[in-house]
Design a protein around this ligand. Structure first.
Ligand code: ADP
Ligand code: MG
Length: 342
């Protein structure tokens, strides 16, 4: 008798999550939103609590050959804070769970926590607990972040409306390009340990890979300007992939314009140096942790002059599809490549 065996790669990460989510029957009325957004939303009286969790594995998500431990600690917190930001909520607490091998000294763990505490300081969150255990295969860091918002302030992935303006913060593609540089210099070092890595030229892109910042600054500014995005998601898997998530959750399509896509000069130049297409890096590079959101046209004037918010396109009807209009004016279908873990 042979049992059916389906490879995880057949479903992919998102297909697998969709499949598993079917069993998650909501029993408590306080669960306002379960699986399917950047964070879960729980009723907490006047306010809601949002919760998000992420797992970082040595050898999959980071390489200790070029990752300083304080940066890693900071990043582990920042990527979770980014998911809280993506709900338009304010982060308040985190828990941190570690699996450590005996390769780690107390000093090394302290260095990791230097970064964790720096992020707690920067984002105004309290470390309130966690778990510590032993690992036989490398460092594992799991962070859970909690945050708060008023119900009417939340921005779900599902709220985008036809004719809304699509916005992104900062610039894109830097983290992917930074990773390529770090990998390249690691190989150079492995083949000749006397060679000093040449990294001074690349501090913007490597910095984005090693120590990304969650865009809480934007969340606070949106509040001051009185703008609640109609939908929002953070860009962890690449712009194209996040556009797909947003459009799927909202039941809409989107058109974006190549000439509006923000890319830093160092990212552009380094991509060219690495023989990568800069626009592909912008569309499919992961881990930038910028925010992708939509606003109603009536809010455009409030954000128009913001130096770090870029208007990259607009929302269309679902049947109009998802398109990138190139600089030469041709509309090409957007493909969601994102990161393939499986
Ligand atoms: P993000 O990139 O914002 O962290 P993910 O793509 O990791 O989001 O997850 C999408 C949704 O699926 C989230 O609601 C997340 O909580 C949920 N999810 C991911 N993995 C699992 C799992 N193994 N079991 C239940 N829910 C999961
Ligand atoms: Mg997210």
């Amino acid at each position: 008798m042979s049992e059916k065996r389906t490879e995880i790669s057949e479903l992919g990460e998102f297909g697998l999550i969709d499949q598993l989510a079917k069993g998650a029957l909501i029993k408590n009325p306080s669960t306002l939103k379960g699986i399917g957004d950047d964070a879960a939303v729980l009723d907490a009286g006047d306010q809601v609590t949002v919760v998000s969790t992420d797992l970082l594995l040595e050898g999959v998500h980071f390489d200790l050959a070029y990752t300083p431990l304080p940066h890693l600690g900071f990043k582990a917190v920042a990527v979770n804070v980014s998911d809280i930001a993506a709900m338009n909520a304010i982060p308040t607490q985190i828990t941190v769970s570690l699996a450590l091998s005996n390769r780690f000294s107390v000093e090394a763990v302290q260095a990791l926590y230097e970064g964790i505490y720096a992020a707690c300081e920067q984002y105004g969150v309290d470390l309130v607990g966690g778990d510590t255990t032993v690992s036989r295969s490398g460092l594992v860091i799991s962070v859970t972040a909690m945050g708060q918002a008023k119900k009417e302030q939340l921005s779900y992935r599902s709220g985008a409306q036809v004719n809304d303006i699509l916005c992104v913060t900062g610039d894109l593609g830097a983290a992917l390009v930074g990773l390529q540089i770090l990998e390249r210099e690691k190989q150079v070092f492995l083949s000749n340990p006397d060679m000093k890595p040449e990294l001074e030229k690349y501090t913007v892109v490597t910095g984005r890979q090693l120590r990304p910042d969650a865009r809480m600054d934007i969340i606070h500014e949106l509040r001051e300007l009185g703008v609640v995005p109609s939908s929002m998601i953070d860009i962890s898997d690449g712009l194209a992939s996040e556009i797909f998530h947003l459009c799927k959750a909202s039941g809409v399509g989107a058109t974006i314009y190549e000439d509006k896509l923000p890319i830093d000069k160092q990212t552009f130049d380094t991509a060219v140096e690495l023989n990568l297409d800069p626009i592909t890096c912008v569309l499919n590079g992961g881990e930038d942790y910028e925010l992708l959101f939509t606003i109603d046209q009536k809010d455009f004037a409030k954000l128009e002059k913001h130096p770090d918010v870029h208007f990259i396109g607009h929302i269309t009807k679902a049947e109009e599809g998802k398109f990138l209009v190139t600089k030469s004016g041709t509309a090409v279908q957007i493909k969601a490549q994102g990161w393939k873990h499986f």
